[in-house]
Design a protein around this ligand. Structure first.
Ligand SMILES: O=C(O)c1cc(=O)[nH]c(=O)n1[C@@H]1O[C@H](COP(=O)(O)O)[C@@H](O)[C@H]1O
Length: 237
């Protein structure tokens, strides 16, 4: 079964999602990401609706708050039946453990979503991390540190750049999930991303999932862009 790139549905409303999805054959089941832009405008119903169309959903709300608040929020979000969701590892081990507890308690059929933690955002460079977060270490060391914390908290994996996936697996375990945004086919506009990798590069670097937004959503032919990225990700070109 070929692996599906996760499409970041970074649109402001349902109407724009409908016209975007019209580019795809209706019978094709996609793995989509609902992030802050869409969720804050359309609410939880957008997730239920996407699932009713046969799509899998990664709910990317990057929770980061005190443990009790995150646990309670996750208990509610678990009811949406998404495949995967996330928190910021910077929230700490207690917060991540709370998130996991909330998800387990809230899941309707005992089938909880995968839970992963953002290490350093792919839009962060080492220089910005050092100056703005005051962390006097390499970006890779910070990412490894957050990955180990996430593993201690019992999470399924992390969000990172594919550049760090191999090292993370060495320091955690080979089955620890590395979900990697910041994916750019050769020649694509990089935009605000810093640590970018091609779909084929992510595969070679042992990423488990790739998340792709603008290279698909802003393409003249989104379905063609999706298929090309999917082929490269699956090593078919
Ligand atoms: O958690 C995420 O999904 C995420 C983490 C991260 O470190 N970097 C990152 O880009 N993302 C998300 O991945 C998507 C990337 O979109 P594009 O840059 O348009 O491909 C966006 O929806 C981001 O919110």
């Amino acid at each position: 079964m070929p692996q599906r790139p996760i499409i970041a549905l970074d649109f402001p409303n349902k109407e724009e999602i409908i016209s975007f999805l019209n580019h795809f054959p209706s019978e094709e089941s996609l793995y989509v990401k609902v992030g802050m832009e869409l969720f804050y405008q359309e609410g939880p119903e957008i997730v239920t609706w996407l699932k009713s169309l046969g799509h899998d959903v990664f709910l990317d709300l990057k929770l980061h708050d005190i443990p009790n608040t995150v646990e309670s929020a996750m208990r509610g979000l678990a009811k949406l039946g998404v495949s995967m969701t996330n928190v910021h590892a910077a929230g700490g081990i207690n917060m991540m453990e709370g998130a996991l507890r909330g998800l387990k308690e809230g899941s309707v059929d005992g089938n909880r979503p995968l839970l992963i933690a953002v290490t350093q955002l792919t839009s962060t460079s080492e220089e910005a991390m050092q100056h703005e977060q005051g962390l006097m270490m390499t970006l890779e060391d910070s990412v490894i540190h957050y990955a180990k914390m996430s593993q201690i908290a019992g999470l399924d994996g992390v969000v990172c750049s594919a550049l760090e996936a191999n090292t993370i697996k060495k320091h955690t375990s080979t089955d620890f999930i590395c979900l990697t945004p910041g994916i750019r086919p050769l020649g694509a506009a990089v935009g605000d991303q810093q640590r970018v990798v091609t779909p084929g590069g992510a595969r070679d670097l042992s990423a488990n999932f790739i998340v792709v937004g603008r290279p698909i959503t802003r393409a003249n032919n989104p379905y063609q862009a999706y298929q090309e990225i999917k082929k490269e990700w699956n090593g078919e070109v």
